[in-house]
Design a protein. Structure first.
Length: 439
């Protein structure tokens, strides 16, 4: 850069001013150079202008930006307006090829470089944030449920059959994903252990037969459901030679959950782990990262994707992880842990005042409190009307508790990554108002 400036700008302004400007420009460009040299998440977050510059440089390499090109194909990144183009950071050709999403696209050299870098940073993120034994990652422009479906579809190449064993989680996305790929879910019912709903690993082992394609376990869900014992399930999967996929939807933000995943990979068989980009990395909804210990699995999943894909979730993750950097992300994790403690402390105070109690359930992200003397629908509705978003209020027989009949009505609140201390303060205040109003 210094040589270019000397060659083309010399004599336009005094030399001392040119040197000063060169120093400033190099300081702004240096993070881009380091990114391509190291191909890892920066320790310090980037400025928005640096991120825009990176995206602009790469998007300008795609053939739709060539002013001399004669574009006569059916897909030529034609867009209705600059606004439309900007919604995908100007990567209008998207990513991948029709037979493999990871493949480089001839019309999109810049987008292909961008996507390759995204997958390297995604892999770096999963390893540095708790699972160094998940050495390979692929960002899919699909939400978590659809990404689980694509991942399990790839598992069918390893083992024929028609069932996916799934310890019960009252969440429709994984069930729909399994149905979409033409398989059936064999749900393993949970049982109560104190306040908690758990699925004993031995019940998973008992359900395996020659028609089993894969096991789908889960690390993150609302209390009273506790995380699956993924370490023991991984041992079972290895013993029976069954593919094992972990739904780690919002687990990357939790150091405790990531330790469990790392232990499961070391102790047994884990073929792939799927996690959301929006829940873990503060991006808009629409992307997921699939991670695996072996590169072959990532290649097989990539080959399952039909058609090219939008570049939007990839660019959003790239921008988010560069803006955060390692230090800011770890700071957010620290805040998440502190907010989780603060949430439980305040729920305990309210529970004692209103003759309720906080459920004793292991969950590093969320808490639950009984609402035995109130209609849960009215509690949920009142909180919504008071502009509190996110809590769940359920009755004993409602879908969501992961058993057919939970002993009590309850409500949950999350202290997920990105939640502010003042969010919890406001929510607790509104909860107290609600409990006074709803009898």
């Amino acid at each position: 850069m210094r040589d270019l400036i000397k060659k083309y700008m010399k004599g336009l302004i005094p030399q001392n001013m040119l040197e000063r400007g060169t120093i400033v420009l190099e300081s702004q460009l240096d993070p881009l150079r380091i990114l391509f040299e190291q191909r890892k998440i920066p320790e310090e977050g980037w400025s928005d202008s640096q991120i825009r510059l990176l995206l602009t440089i790469l998007s300008m390499m795609d053939t739709d930006k060539d002013p001399q090109a004669a574009r006569v194909g059916e897909r030529e990144a034609r867009v209705a307006s600059p606004l439309v183009s900007g919604l995908a950071a100007d990567f209008c050709h998207g990513i991948g090829r029709s037979g493999e999403i990871y493949a480089a696209q001839p019309k999109a050299p810049g987008a292909s470089i961008m996507y390759t870098m995204v997958n390297k940073l995604a892999s770096d993120a999963i390893q540095r944030f708790g699972a160094p034994n998940l050495k390979h990652s692929l960002l899919l422009p699909l939400p978590t449920g659809m990404s689980i479906g694509l991942t399990i579809s790839a598992m069918r190449q390893k083992r024929k059959g028609k069932y996916v064993i799934h310890p019960r989680i009252d969440h429709k996305s994984p069930l729909k994903a399994i149905e979409l790929i033409g398989l059936e879910t064999r749900i393993i019912e949970g049982e109560l252990k104190g306040d908690a709903v758990i699925v004993p690993p031995e019940k998973v082992a008992e359900a395996i037969n020659k028609e089993t394609v894969a096991i789908l376990s889960t690390t993150t869900f609302f209390p009273p459901r506790e995380p699956d014992d993924v370490k023991e399930i991984a041992k079972i999967a290895r013993e029976h030679d069954i593919p094992h996929v972990i739904n780690n939807a919002y687990g990357v933000q939790s150091r405790e959950i990531m330790r469990k995943i790392r232990s499961a990979v070391d102790a047994g068989r884990v073929d792939a782990v799927v996690q959301s980009t929006d829940k873990n990395f503060l991006t808009p909804i629409g992307g997921a990262i699939v991670s695996a210990p072996e590169p072959e699995i990532i290649n097989e999943i990539s080959e399952q994707y039909a058609g090219r894909a939008t570049a939007a979730p990839a660019t959003q993750f790239l921008a988010a992880i560069l803006a955060l950097g390692i230090k800011n992300y770890e700071k957010l994790r620290d805040e998440q842990e502190q907010n989780r403690k603060y949430l439980e402390e305040n729920l305990n105070k309210i529970a004692e005042e209103y003759e309720e109690r906080v459920l004793q359930v292991y969950n590093p992200i969320a808490c639950a409190m009984t609402i035995t003397n109130r209609d849960p629908k009215k509690v949920g509705g009142a909180l919504y009307n008071l502009r509190v978003t996110g809590p769940r209020a359920l009755g004993p027989a409602d879908y969501g508790s992961c058993v057919d009949k939970y002993p009590t009505a309850y409500m949950t609140m999350n202290a997920a990554i990105g939640t502010r201390h003042e969010d919890i303060e406001k929510a607790i205040q509104k909860l107290e108002e609600t409990l006074k109003q709803v009898r």
